[in-house]
Design a protein around this ligand. Structure first.
Ligand code: ADP
Length: 240
């Protein structure tokens, strides 16, 4: 048992060191990247409107943004933040996430629906973190649609808990992928980091809640997030 304990300790330490390394690297890459983005911007301004170089620069800018997103996911993963709880309207938090998601799908045949619940006007949560979780689920849902369909965000009050369901009519998830979904770095996308769902789960759990998924290949996927209405009920629950 002693030995097992020691092995587990060193694995935990190993992971912590990796986390530090990742965070340090991400931090170091950010500054030169900001420099590159700045230079690209200046070059772009000097190019004539009709120059084909503009298109190329736009692509470089998109790639820079992509790297930035990977770095911030990685930093966040390596250095998790504790939630800052506020009594706030969960409908409003969901609405902000939906608004951001809608910005990404203008002019495509994709509908994003929001169904609120007026009983959820004061839920103790970190609005920025929960918004991030919902936006993540929404963007995953949108990406699963392959250009056409619906993502629906539905809030519902249960006893002691708020429930937020994010349901899409997309391609669904293969049963063998389901157990890996929340693992860090698991991705089936070329441009994915595979950190979105593991970050989402960590945030929801730090709220004393949980997140579950169900999916039918070819028909769609539903993620359900439960958040305790009160922080106290979270600790009461976990101490049972
Ligand atoms: P990423 O989006 O960077 O791949 P995530 O952790 O957010 O990382 O998701 C992990 C994987 O889970 C995705 O690559 C995808 O295969 C699958 N996935 C997540 N959400 C959905 C969804 N709504 N429909 C289908 N597959 C999904």
């Amino acid at each position: 048992i002693q030995l097992l304990y020691r092995t587990q300790m060193s694995r935990a330490e190993h992971l912590a060191t990796l986390g530090e390394l990742a965070a340090g690297l991400a931090h170091e890459i950010r500054n030169p990247l900001a420099g590159i983005a700045g230079v690209i911007d200046i070059i772009g301004r000097d190019l004539p409107e009709t120059s084909p170089g503009r298109q190329v620069l736009q692509e470089v800018q998109d790639e820079v943004l992509h790297i930035k997103n990977i770095l911030s996911d990685l930093l966040e993963y390596a250095r998790p933040k504790l939630p800052e709880f506020h009594e706030a309207d969960l409908n409003a938090t969901a609405e902000r996430a939906v608004a951001l998601a809608r910005q990404q799908v203008t002019s495509r045949p994709i509908e994003i629906a929001l169904i609120k619940d007026s009983n959820l006007q004061s839920v103790e949560h970190d609005p920025a973190q929960i918004q991030q979780v919902l936006l993540n689920l929404l963007l995953n849902g949108i990406q699963a649609l392959d250009g056409k369909g619906q993502v629906r965000v539905e809030l519902r009050s249960e006893i002691g808990f708020a429930q937020v369901k994010v349901k899409d009519t997309g391609r669904g998830i293969a049963p063998e992928a389901l157990p890996n979904l929340f693992r860090p770095f698991f991705t089936t996308k070329g441009q994915g980091t595979g950190l979105g769902l593991s970050l989402a789960r960590r945030i929801v759990e730090s709220h004393g809640g949980r997140i579950e998924v169900s999916s039918t290949p070819g028909q769609g996927t539903a993620f359900v997030v439960w958040i305790p209405l009160r922080k106290a009920s979270a600790s009461a629950r976990s101490s049972v």
